[in-house]
Design a protein around this ligand. Structure first.
Ligand code: QUE
Length: 359
């Protein structure tokens, strides 16, 4: 069994520890394949009342999907296609997210430190997220030529106002206070007390309704959330991120005139133009769709975007060479045609995400 994810049963609690601390617990295909069947078993086992997931190492809950490995499996740049691991990885990751989304028992993520991209996929779909003072929460995929996946098309449009649009396009980081205000965090706890939280969940009397028991235990540990800078900016974000074209958002930021608006505009201009256009369309579509529908849309997008040059280039610039100077292709928003964006959303006959029916 993979040592990269530790799976143990402590009393009535199934305990998952993401255990790749040197890679900030980035989620690999092997980890998905080890975790998913165990979640199935815990869901079916009446002696297991709740599942807890956490990250080892004290720096990260989970930095995202193992996109470095996906990029490493790509063929020559002119070969086309997303590489063999792209298909396997995204199918396994989205199936795992779906398993968590429909998990029939309390699913409690202890989110301490970095949580980005795929880390949200392992936490946002469960019933409980306890975050600590070390939380750094972000959906940074537009910076590597991807898009905010793992359900971003479903959960980002459900954050207050246009904050989800802002977070999904810019990759902006949130702290614990922001996460509480967004509704991502259900509880704010101190990192020094996480072991105690696990012990209390293991020691709890689970004879009542599971969600009440979990909520009651976590309530015993809550700390002050603090004030959210994201909340303070919600009005200006709503003014600048309401449009349906990325160009309109840039114009609104320019007209806003503040230092924050100028910085935000500069941030957007550093992201993959293709990613920005695909993401805004994804987030608008997600306003009116349920999670399962958006998971199928996102699988199509994952295959389309990992086959495009910006993904390889984004991984090079951010994770391999770390020069932070990606050369995007197409290089500007005006060079990305509507037809190119539309093509990323096209059905893929014979290569669609098939999810088990769940209530
Ligand atoms: C966007 C992302 C990811 C990212 C950086 C981005 C991502 C991811 C990692 C990551 C970080 C550290 C590691 C690692 C992966 O970085 O998804 O293996 O050691 O997993 O800008 O989406």
């Amino acid at each position: 069994m993979s040592e990269d994810v530790l799976l143990e049963t402590r009393g009535a609690v199934g305990l998952v520890t993401l255990n790749r601390p040197k890679a900030l617990n980035a989620l690999s295909l092997e980890m998905c394949r080890a975790l998913h069947p165990r979640l199935d078993a815990w869901a079916a086992d009446p002696s297991v009342k709740a599942v807890v997931i956490r990250g080892a190492g004290g720096k990260a809950f989970c930095a995202g999907g193992d996109v470095r490995a996906v990029a490493g499996s790509l063929g020559r740049p002119d070969a086309g296609g997303g590489g063999p691991l792209s298909r396997e990885f995204f199918l396994a990751e989205y199936a795992l997210n779906h398993r968590i989304h429909h998990f029939p028992k309390p699913f409690i993520a202890l989110v301490d430190g970095i949580c980005m991209g795929g880390g949200l996929g392992l936490s946002v779909h469960g019933g409980f997220r306890a975050v600590t003072e070390r939380l750094v929460l972000a959906m940074p995929e537009t910076g590597i030529g991807l898009f905010p996946d793992v359900g971003g098309g479903w959960f980002l449009p459900r954050f207050p106002g246009e904050t989800g649009t802002y977070l999904g396009l810019t990759g902006a980081r949130c702290d614990a206070a922001d996460a509480v205000w967004l509704g991502y965090a259900t509880h704010r706890v101190e990192s020094s007390r996480l072991e105690e939280v696990v012990d209390a969940l293991v020691a709890a009397d689970w004879s009542g309704p599971g969600h009440h028991v979990a909520a009651h235990v976590l309530a015993g540990f809550i700390a002050e959330p603090g004030t959210s800078t994201l909340e303070a900016r919600a009005d200006v974000i709503a003014r600048c991120f309401r449009g349906d074209r990325v160009e309109d958002l840039l114009t609104a930021l320019e007209q806003e005139g503040s230092a924050w608006a100028e910085e935000t505009r500069a941030t957007l201009l550093r992201m993959s133009p293709t990613s920005l256009k695909v993401t805004l369309r994804q987030l608008r579509e997600g306003r009116g769709q349920d999670y399962d529908t958006m998971a199928r849309v996102e699988y199509r997008l994952s295959q389309a975007l990992t086959a495009r040059p910006d993904f390889r280039e984004g991984i090079r610039a951010v994770l391999v060479d770390k020069d932070q100077k990606p050369r995007w292709s197409p290089a500007t928003l005006s060079d990305v045609t509507d037809a190119e964006v539309e093509a990323c959303f096209a059905p893929r006959p014979g290569d669609e995400l098939v999810l088990p029916a769940r209530g």
